[in-house]
Design a protein around this ligand. Structure first.
Ligand code: CTP
Ligand code: CA
Length: 228
């Protein structure tokens, strides 16, 4: 494939990508997490580098090769991811939230390992912060990040759910992902993505590798930064 590290369509643009699933501690040895592999986020970071971007990759995983040239920031929890996103997007052109952020976390993680002889524990949960909603509020005041792309992995009512998320999180685009079939979504190398926009328009990408989907997403984003 072409490597457009110089003179690419997004030359010099500051892009922040989040990748992987957050994990939320129950006690010092146990966490609540999800099945996100981080592959789509890493593919986005690679595609952004290929297009000449300055890339910060905020990741929860140690299992994937960091794309050469990316600035890697490791986080575990939703709270840590939110802080890292806020810190790294204050001058950014584009934020892409490909991470699967945990929606709930243990309300009061135990300081010591929970012992089974104490019986089956009830784990009380609370909501994590919604990073994209927080970013929407910051962007309203500061203008940064200039553009925001979200993801939505759905098992049903893909388009309706994704359209609601565009509005609620004030996104410029959402990449909606049908994870009801085994050839797309978590853990595999392919995705079946529909891009949805706030004006109601959409573009179906069909079954693509995660790198191809990433290139399609960034090509769309590049058009936002080009004078017409
Ligand atoms: N997201 C976020 N902060 C959260 C949860 C999700 O910023 N606490 C982001 C994800 O990274 C993704 C987008 O919001 O880009 C949509 O995530 P999704 O899980 O599909 O939506 P939720 O708003 O969490 O709704 P639900 O899981 O109930 O469908
Ligand atoms: Ca969620």
């Amino acid at each position: 494939r072409y490597v457009l590290s110089r003179g690419g369509r997004l030359e010099g643009r500051k892009v922040v990508v989040t990748a992987g699933g957050t994990s939320e501690p129950i006690d010092p040895v146990r966490v609540i997490t999800n099945r996100s592999s981080g592959k789509q986020g890493y593919a986005l970071a690679q595609a952004a580098l290929d297009m000449g971007c300055d890339v910060t990759l905020i990741s929860t995983t140690d299992h994937l090769m960091t794309p050469a040239g990316a600035n890697l920031v490791h986080v575990d929890t939703a709270q840590q991811m939110m802080e890292a996103v806020i810190n790294h997007t204050d001058q950014a052109d584009l934020l892409i939230m490909a991470a699967a952020v945990a929606d709930f976390r243990p309300f009061h993680p135990a300081d010591e390992k929970i012992k089974k002889e104490d019986g089956v524990p009830a784990i009380n949960l609370e909501k994590t912060p919604d990073i994209l909603k927080e970013i929407a509020n910051i962007r309203e005041k500061t203008g940064f990040p200039r553009r925001v792309i979200g993801f939505a992995a759905e098992t049903e009512a893909l388009v309706e759910n994704a359209r609601r998320k565009i509005k609620q999180k004030r996104l410029d685009m959402i990449a909606a992902n049908d994870i009801s079939t085994s050839d797309a979504g978590f853990e595999v190398d392919t995705n079946r993505v529909v891009l949805l926009f706030p004006d109601g328009s959409s573009q179906e990408l069909g079954l693509q590798t995660k790198l191809e989907a990433a290139q399609s997403i960034l090509n769309k984003a590049a058009s936002w930064f080009e004078k017409v």
